[in-house]
Design a protein around this ligand. Structure first.
Ligand code: 9MR
Length: 351
């Protein structure tokens, strides 16, 4: 190869690789467009006011890109109801104020769950009537406190096992399976205007569980229990479930006459916990395609069934997956520095 040819090849190589690096770093900008502008349904995220105060980029993303908010932890029983006769509202009230002053819908998560319970509740002793009164008071106080500020609640979270049977939580042990219908009734009494949801994981990848949940909830609805919708959490992976399983699950839920909330969306790229110091480009490309598929698939259902899509975290560094599974992962729309990833850019460009 002549010297000038070698020089040309090297120059092209350098230009090409720096273009790739640039694209890798800033696939698009969040200056002019907003995610919510591309769709006609609510786009939400979990919002942490401490992070918002500490990081301007985080605040800018939350303020501009999303119009619905869920509390990742501070509205769970352990936080809101730390002792039997004590409710702790401070942080949740601040979040509600933020939502009111920024025109964001606030979705309440969650009233009845088997995790993040305060010790007094786990140790509660009493007969069935005492348990019923305790659950009623818990739900009633919380829903009543946020009446008019929280527009919807995950009333019961993750009540089913993977085989479709009811989980043997403290609620089931002490109240029997009727705790679910009671929980929905109490929440409805406290705030008849709030939309009430059953929320769970694996409803996409596990049709056995999905069908069991639907048949159980349908039997309650047939008795007049006020259940408005189902939250499909959707903690997914790049490789699975298959896209068709996602659309099947969404369709099955609305066809059974429930609002559909994709309530906790994230897409993991590292299911086998490989040692990664950054996200591989090809995985980010696949992730972007999967996010787009989900948004488009959701968008095509009838407007009356769309409650919205909520992403479970703002920047990758905020994701529960990193600390829960102790692995490197990059499941969200923005990177560790709150810069747009391909997934965000693809949604903005193609929706
Ligand atoms: O993201 C939440 C994390 O910060 C908590 O430590 C965890 C406790 O179990 O709960 C996470 O949120 C969960 C949600 O409340 C219910 N569905 C599964 C979510 C991820 O674990």
């Amino acid at each position: 190869m002549s010297n000038w040819m070698l020089g040309a090849v090297l120059t092209i190589g350098i230009l090409f690789s720096s273009a790739c690096r640039e694209e890798e770093m800033t696939p698009c900008s969040i200056q002019d467009k907003r995610l919510v502008d591309g769709v006609d349904f609510y786009c939400g995220n979990v919002v942490d006011l401490n992070r918002m105060g500490a990081n301007l980029d985080y605040a800018r993303i939350v303020n501009t890109q999303f119009n619905s908010v869920t509390a990742e932890n501070i509205m769970k029983p352990a936080f809101l109801h730390p002792s039997e006769n004590l409710f702790h509202w401070t942080e949740a009230d601040q979040l509600a104020d933020y939502c009111a002053s920024h025109s964001k819908r606030l979705h309440g998560h969650t009233l009845i769950w088997h995790q993040q319970l305060p010790p007094w509740m786990l140790n509660f002793r009493g007969d069935q009537t005492a348990w019923e009164n305790m659950m009623r008071e818990h739900i009633f106080q919380i829903v009543n406190h946020f009446k008019g500020k929280v527009s919807s609640w995950d009333v019961v979270n993750e009540a089913f096992n993977d085989d479709g049977t009811l989980r043997n939580s403290i609620w089931k042990k002490n109240l029997g399976s009727s705790y679910l219908e009671k929980a929905f009734q109490y929440a409805h009494e406290a705030d008849p205007a709030a939309k009430l949801f059953y929320n769970d994981y694996s409803l996409v990848i596990n049709p056995v569980k999905r069908k069991a949940v639907l048949s159980f909830l349908n039997s309650l609805k047939a008795k007049g229990v006020p259940i408005d919708g189902i939250g499909l959490q959707m903690h997914l992976f790049n490789g699975f479930p298959e896209n068709v399983e996602i659309s099947n699950a969404i369709d099955e839920v609305w066809k059974n006459d429930y609002l559909v909330h994709i309530s906790e969306l994230d897409i993991s790229i590292n299911p086998f916990s490989q040692a990664l110091d950054k996200a591989p480009q090809e995985e980010l490309v696949r992730q972007a395609e999967k996010y787009l598929y989900i948004f488009k698939t959701y968008d095509r259902i009838h407007a009356s069934y769309k409650f919205g899509i909520t992403i479970w975290g703002v920047g990758d560094r905020d994701s529960w997956i990193r600390y829960f599974y102790n692995r490197a992962d990059f499941p969200l729309l923005f990177d560790d520095n709150y810069q747009p990833k391909r997934a965000y850019c693809k949604l903005i460009a193609d929706l």
